[in-house]
Design a protein around this ligand. Structure first.
Ligand code: ADP
Length: 329
């Protein structure tokens, strides 16, 4: 790519829930800006930093030794004020006073919804980089943080399996996924779970009990049921109680994995994904693209307009549930 004539001042921020790989994305954005001769400013705590005018000037050194670190050096936050016209007006005034030419938003669905509203009121070129451990953003095969979260969950379940096996126990493991069962189904296949309960399908308790009875009759020494937190039958504690009522032979335990799923050093796959998307985001701005999210579909960089990203439901790979069912016999 040839270098553009005008030197740009590009703002970057991380917003919404945190996940591993955000630092790798920041590093990629900053280094790519420097490579093409542009200035880059990091806003702190997501949209709150735009409203509060809190930022740091970034250089190559500011992103040294962060590729492998979880969390985000720019911090992240949810911002109620950005949902108001006044809050967004303040953010626009600050961007103007700093002469920011364009923004790169590393965020999720909600963040893109917010910035889409913002650009309709205050036009400025924005490119989004998708991050979510739930992998439910339309316009990309996978998002930053998802692969690491999966590996964290599978490692945790492997450990739980050891104790379940030693004590002949049935474990209900609750994983993140308020609206999406992607973590549950992938980690379920990866850890050989006996059953997987997800928000996308109706949970029938009788069927779960049948599966567990079958395992019991086959003298399985341990059984694991993965429950996505948003499952329609309730959380892992409630489901464990229901199962216990219907089949009391089980020595049952519950483990809620919680926030550990958001932390830790990013996997190599997440580091590479974040690096590719970071470079693609800056290059998209340089090409004059605007109000789109960069993603990877079929191993190629694609650009999807924000309205399409936030208004299209990503298709859930239901065939994976079938695979999990076949293999859990
Ligand atoms: P994520 O981007 O991880 O999905 P959230 O849904 O919490 O996280 O969204 C992050 C931030 O984006 C919110 O705190 C808010 O500031 C902004 N946002 C979300 N939805 C809207 C909206 N409809 N209008 C304006 N801002 C929004």
């Amino acid at each position: 790519m040839t270098k553009p004539k005008k030197k740009l001042k590009i703002g970057v921020l991380t917003t919404g829930g945190d996940c591993p790989g955000l630092n790798a994305a920041i590093r990629a954005v900053v280094r790519t800006c420097i490579f093409y001769g542009h200035d880059v400013v990091g806003f702190l705590r997501g949209y709150e930093g735009l409203i509060e005018n809190q930022f740091i000037l970034m250089n190559s050194h500011s992103v040294s030794n962060i590729l492998q670190r979880g969390g985000t050096i720019l911090k992240t936050a949810r911002s109620e004020r950005f949902k108001t016209v006044e809050g967004r007006q303040k953010a626009a005034e600050n961007l103007q006073s700093l002469s920011i030419d364009a923004l790169i938003v590393i965020g999720g669905d909600g963040s893109f919804r917010g910035i889409e509203t913002f650009t309709r009121e205050h036009p400025i070129p924005v490119i989004g980089i998708p991050k979510t451990i739930d992998n439910d953003i339309y316009g990309t095969d996978t998002a930053i943080g998802y692969d690491t979260a999966l590996n964290t969950v599978v490692q945790a379940i492997d450990k739980i399996r050891d104790t379940a096996d030693s004590h002949d126990r049935l474990f209900f493991v609750e994983v993140m996924g308020r609206d999406a069962g992607m973590i549950a189904v992938l980690s379920g296949i990866g850890s050989g779970a006996e059953a997987i309960l997800i928000p996308e399908t109706k949970t029938r308790m009788e069927q779960i009990v049948q599966i567990l009875k079958r395992g019991w009759n086959r003298k399985k020494t341990s059984m694991i049921v993965i429950v996505a937190e948003g499952d329609d039958a309730g959380g892992a504690y409630r489901i464990a109680d229901e199962v216990k009522k219907k089949f009391e032979h089980f020595d049952t335990r519950v483990s809620v994995l919680g926030h550990m799923q958001r932390g830790g050093s990013p996997s190599c796959a997440d580091r590479v994904l974040a690096s590719r998307l970071g470079v693609a985001a800056v290059e998209a701005l340089i090409e004059g693209r605007s109000n789109e999210m960069v993603g990877i579909v079929g191993n190629r960089i694609v650009h999807t307009p924000f309205p399409e990203v936030v208004n299209t439901k990503k298709e859930f790979p239901m065939d994976l549930m079938r695979i999990a069912e076949i293999l859990s016999l």
